[in-house]
Design a protein around this ligand. Structure first.
Ligand code: ADP
Length: 254
């Protein structure tokens, strides 16, 4: 690990019964880059994201975020260390407005405990202003500021996925994990997503994405790691990974 590394994973292993979904995976993600995890279906990509975010713990290994060990920490503790994520399925509240959805996410991931908020009404008012401002900034980044008062169901599907990213951004993370962000998007919508990811990188946020659309990933990522049957079989710049015989074999061999 170097000072420049924001995620350092060593020997991350996850078994489901007899199946080894992650087999001693190592990963070093430098600060501020776009890192992709690709691999055929069932290769362990989502299992790795779940291990990193605490959604489903690994059985063995070590995972450090900015040098702090997070192995087996609960998701909200990991979120407070600056890691946020989206899920493959959209998880917005349809009875709240777009802005309220993002505010709920900002409030839930607040580093301030309810106890400390209750101690002072001034603090609570300040906190509400902070939450509103963080939520509006997040909507601005994903291009949804003009839809703040709509219901999520009034948004096209691709914008609902961007709303998910805004919800993750509301906690002002230093690392953002995106699980299949382009799923269900057409080419134009995918391009908007790529612009958004580039904006996040421009703001210094490290983005780690799992994506099925390999061509899309190659265009936006600084580094790509490839999983196959739970093992990391390749890692490097997109152009190198694309030419790697092991990677070609993994995709063609299935
Ligand atoms: P990917 O995201 O690359 O498609 P996953 O991480 O979802 O792959 O799955 C890796 C392997 O682990 C697959 O064989 C999958 O069937 C298995 N798996 C994932 N989650 C579970 C689970 N909760 N119970 C049993 N097997 C699982």
């Amino acid at each position: 690990m170097t000072d420049q590394t924001i995620i350092t994973a060593r020997g991350v292993t996850r078994r489901f019964g007899g199946l080894v979904a992650l087999d001693s995976v190592d990963l070093d993600v430098p600060h501020g880059i776009v890192q992709a995890i690709i691999g055929p279906n069932g290769s362990g990509k989502t299992t790795l994201l779940n291990a990193l975010s605490g959604a489903s713990h690994a059985d063995a290994g070590s995972i450090r975020i900015d040098g702090k060990e997070i192995f087996r920490l609960r998701p909200h503790r990991i979120a407070r260390l600056g890691l946020a994520r989206t899920f493959q399925n959209i998880r917005v509240f349809s009875n709240l407005t777009v802005l309220e959805n993002v505010k709920v996410a900002a409030a839930c991931n607040s580093p301030m405990s309810m106890f400390s908020i209750m101690l002072s009404t001034t603090t609570q008012r300040q906190r509400e202003t902070e939450i509103e401002s963080a939520a509006r900034q997040a909507l601005e980044i994903v291009g949804l500021a003009g839809r703040a008062d709509d219901r999520p169901t009034q948004l096209p599907y691709a914008q609902q996925r961007l709303l998910e990213i805004a919800r993750a951004l509301a906690s002002k993370p230093s690392v953002l994990l995106l699980d299949e962000p382009a799923a269900g998007m057409n080419m134009t919508e995918s391009m908007t997503l790529l612009d958004t990811i580039a904006k996040l990188k421009g703001k210094g946020i490290t983005v780690l994405l799992v994506e099925h659309n390999v061509r899309l990933v190659m265009g936006i990522s600084d580094r790509v790691a490839v999983l196959d049957f739970g093992k990391k079989i390749a890692e490097g710049a997109p152009s190198d990974v694309q030419r790697n015989p092991l990677v070609i074999e993994a995709y063609l061999g299935r």
